[in-house]
Ligand binder design. Structure first.
Ligand code: BGC
Length: 513
């Protein structure tokens, strides 16, 4: 069973992915179940557990994807301009940072179940209150709270799953959570388009948009009440009898229950997580820098400019309608599926190269398209060629991200930290992710306005180049090596780039500075 310590950071659903490399392909390939596995029975409660987990991921996506197709409606009602719109979008990230920081405390003291109920409540209350169209200050506070909920849920849901769902389906649940984020982005984009078209008046459409999020949030809130508490947390609190009761509900035989209890007991007596002081240990600091820079680049290639502002940017080039509103979320969702296979087949680094190269070329192409548009102020006067180049560039760009930097960065961050510092490492790198996401969300449009529409594309292209160089020089290939071997390599002083070489595990090489 995945240890508590292995689940320590925001969006740690990706923590489940490493298990895939060492576990049965049933979790990823779907079709390769052997006969024995096909006969595994899951109890109703297991389905409920999976459903609530799926809702956690979906809510993340609903909040992240909310802005793109609602910004115009929000603007018509609140009239807060480009600056205000960006600030409103970006405050989600601030909430996410704080939620991620505090979620470990909630998980430990409130328990997993009560933390989930709490996150569900925050989601429901903040989205329902936003539907009342309060003042800008309160509306922004609600978005901050939504971010906070995302931060908490993204930590607790995977942690809860890894402790409660039967081992056989843990891997696929991790994948499900990740996919649900992109599905959430897609669904809210779609429903916001339809609501905006059906109800022109923002005082009707905007509440409906918020209520759509509230509906799923309420499902998660009420769903969380019927969940059992995590057996591992109960054991942590010395409540073995209660833990056994829960395991009776999720597992099929006394033998399975005894094995699970034994495993939990062993894990609880095993090494405890290190405190923040571990960042001062040389070997940890080195991988921490790798994780931080991967997250920085994941955001500075510009993904959230597209997720948040694609309709606005397409609008600058005279592209409007469904194409402008639905291209990004659709491509993003569709290409997350192949990533799950490719990450094990091609490896992490190859995917990162392919992704960064696709994004580099398409960012330059999009920049050129905008440059050719120049200062044409009437979008209807813009020719078909730049529009076409822009559209194709964005499609390939999103493909490049969804198939690589989107999932792979989270995956590598969940793999590179030694067990005792995984919680600290994941939390710090996750907070870095949100900090830079907020930076992009909060400044992308102003940057375009100040330096010209093409400028930001060239800026992101530059980060793609730096990202490629960084991956080539420092990032290890973590495919096909166990987390224990990685850790051994790291502590033996193997070069960062070579950490994933299995044969290095036993033979230390020259230490890096
Ligand atoms: C990123 C998010 C982004 C999402 C898009 C994630 O991997 O961390 O910032 O919005 O992908 O699918």
């Amino acid at each position: 069973m995945t240890s508590l310590l292995q689940n320590g950071g925001f969006i740690s659903h990706f923590h489940e992915i490493p298990d895939i490399q060492n576990s049965d392909p049933v979790n990823i390939e779907g079709g390769s179940m052997n006969t024995e596995k096909q006969h595994i029975r899951y109890k109703t409660i297991v389905y409920i557990i999976c459903l609530v987990a799926a809702l956690g991921g979906l809510l993340f996506g609903l909040d992240q994807g909310f802005i793109a197709n609602s910004l115009e409606t929000i603007e018509r009602h609140y009239k807060f301009g480009i600056e205000g719109g960006q600030q409103y979008s970006a405050i989600l990230a601030t909430g996410g940072i704080i939620g991620a920081l505090l979620s470990g405390i909630f998980a430990r003291f409130l328990g997993r179940k009560r933390s989930l109920v709490f996150a569900g409540f925050i989601f429901t209350a903040a989205s329902a209150y936003s539907a009342l169209l309060p003042s800008i200050a309160i509306l922004s506070a609600c978005r901050f709270a939504l971010g906070f909920g995302v931060g908490v849920a993204s930590f607790i849901v995977p942690l809860y799953l890894s402790e409660t769902a039967p081992a056989k389906i843990r891997g696929s649940m991790g994948t499900l959570f990740q996919l649900m984020i992109t599905i959430g982005i897609f669904l809210i984009s779609l429903s916001n388009v339809f609501i905006a078209r059906a109800f022109v008046n923002p005082t009707t459409s905007l509440p409906l948009m918020f209520l759509t999020v509230a509906l799923f949030a309420a499902l998660m809130f009420f769903g969380s009440f019927i969940l059992p508490e995590s057996p591992r947390w109960l054991m942590l609190k010395g409540r073995k009898e209660n833990a056994i009761e829960v395991l009776r509900r999720t597992l099929n035989s006394e033998e399975e229950i005894n094995n699970e209890i034994q495993e939990i007991e062993e894990a609880l007596h095993g090494p405890k997580g290190a405190g923040i002081g571990i960042v001062f240990k040389g070997y940890f600091f080195k991988v921490l820098v790798i994780g931080i820079l991967l997250q920085v680049f994941q955001q500075l290639v510009g993904i959230n400019m597209m997720i948040y502002y694609a309709p606005t940017i397409f609008g600058y080039a005279g592209l409007t309608g469904l194409l402008a509103m639905m291209t990004v979320p659709t491509v993003n969702m569709l290409f997350t599926f192949p990533a799950i296979h490719l990450v094990e087949r091609w490896g992490r680094k190859k995917l990162l190269y392919v992704g960064a190269a696709s994004m580099l070329i398409t960012m330059i192409a999009a920049g050129i398209a905008f440059q050719s548009i120049g200062t044409v102020s009437d979008p209807s006067m813009i020719g078909g060629t730049p529009k076409m180049i822009l559209l194709i560039s964005v499609i390939i760009y999103i493909f490049g991200f969804a198939v690589s930097w989107g999932p792979v960065v989270w995956l590598v961050c969940s793999e590179i930290f030694p067990l005792e510092g995984r919680e600290v490492g994941m939390t710090i790198t996750t907070m870095v992710n949100w900090t830079f996401a907020g930076l992009v969300m909060g400044h992308a449009l102003t940057f375009m306005k100040t330096y010209g529409n093409a400028s930001i594309f060239y800026l992101f292209a530059t980060f793609c180049v730096l990202a490629i160089v960084f991956v080539a020089l420092f990032v290890p290939e973590t495919k096909g090596i166990t987390l224990e071997e990685l850790e051994l390599n790291l502590k033996n002083g193997v070069k960062l780039r070579d950490l994933g070489n299995v044969n290095n595990a036993a033979s230390p090489t020259e230490s890096e500075a």
